[in-house]
Every structure is written in C-alpha cells, then in structure tokens.
Write a protein of this length. Structure first.
Length: 163
C-alpha cells in the first residue's frame, strides 16, 4: 500500500480518507471486542468505562440535544473518556444496541453527555455504565486537515509534482 506520488489532490485525499476510515473502523472494532470480552471492572481499570454512575437530566442544549450529567459521589476514576468521545450508555454489560451519546463536558466529578434523541429511562437512573466507543474528534480533525491541504502552499511539492 506504499504510495509516494499522487497525480492529483483528489487522488491524495481519497487515498488518505480511505486510511482514516480504516482506522476509525479498527478503533470501533477494538472497543466492541473489549466490551464483549472484558468485565466492566476491567474496562474501568483500563480507563475505557465508568461504572455505577448516577444520571441527572439537564434539559435541552444547543441544536436541541438532550443533556445528561453523570457522576459518582467519590468522583470519576482516571479515564481515557474525554470531550468529543462517542460513548455507550447502559445498565450492566452493554450489548452495543444501547443508546450512544457524545461527551460534551468532562470534569473530575462528572461527565455531561449529549444525545440526539431523548435518552431511554435506563440512561436517566442509577447504576449507569458508560463505555468509551470511539473518538470522533480525532477523525474529524484528520478529515479537516485533508480538506485544508487543497490550499496548502507546499501541496504540489508534497504531491511529488515539484522538486
């Protein structure tokens, strides 16, 4: 898959867009495999889940999203989950059919998760589990960089058209 010269910006963009999509799928598959094979405690230990959360519905936010704050009395454990991440919200072990949301805010004491649709009752109660699913911000930044590359002053040099 080694490629060093591209005949056009579009060829360059399509090549790297494909790689970004492959990486996005690989990350999602990693999380799916972990969710299916590891216990919640093990995922929490690895920083990819937070157990025993209590939900508080905050209302609607910008764009009409539903906002829910999740917290524990002792605060949150050390976690890889951060703002912009896609998370699964469940009761107990997720089946991956649960509601997904996007982390809108994170502190040491709580996470605020934004949902496109009204979250189901289980996502608004006690003993809620949140699992890291995917970090869309990283992929969106890579895609934005590909768009911006079209106007980059060194584009032709990078494409191998100028020496």
């Amino acid at each position: 898959m080694k490629k060093t010269k591209f005949s056009s910006y579009e060829e360059y963009r399509n090549y790297f867009k494909r790689l970004i999509d492959l990486e996005r799928r690989a990350q999602t598959e990693l999380h799916l495999k972990e969710i299916k094979t590891l216990s919640g405690k093990e995922r929490e230990k690895r920083g990819r889940a937070i157990l025993n959360l209590r939900a508080k519905f905050l209302g609607r936010g910008l764009g009409g999203v539903y906002l829910v704050r999740y917290s524990r009395p002792q605060g949150l454990p050390k976690t890889e989950i951060s703002t912009g991440d896609i998370v699964l919200v469940s009761k107990g072990k997720p089946t991956v059919k649960e509601v997904q949301g996007t982390v809108a805010e994170k502190t040491n004491y709580y996470l605020v998760v934004a949902f496109r649709d009204k979250p189901p009752p289980y996502a608004l109660g006690k003993d809620v589990r949140i699992d890291l699913f995917s970090n869309e911000i990283t992929f969106k930044r890579m895609e934005e960089a590909l768009k911006n590359f079209k106007e980059h002053p060194l584009r032709d040099f990078i494409l191998g058209k100028k020496v």
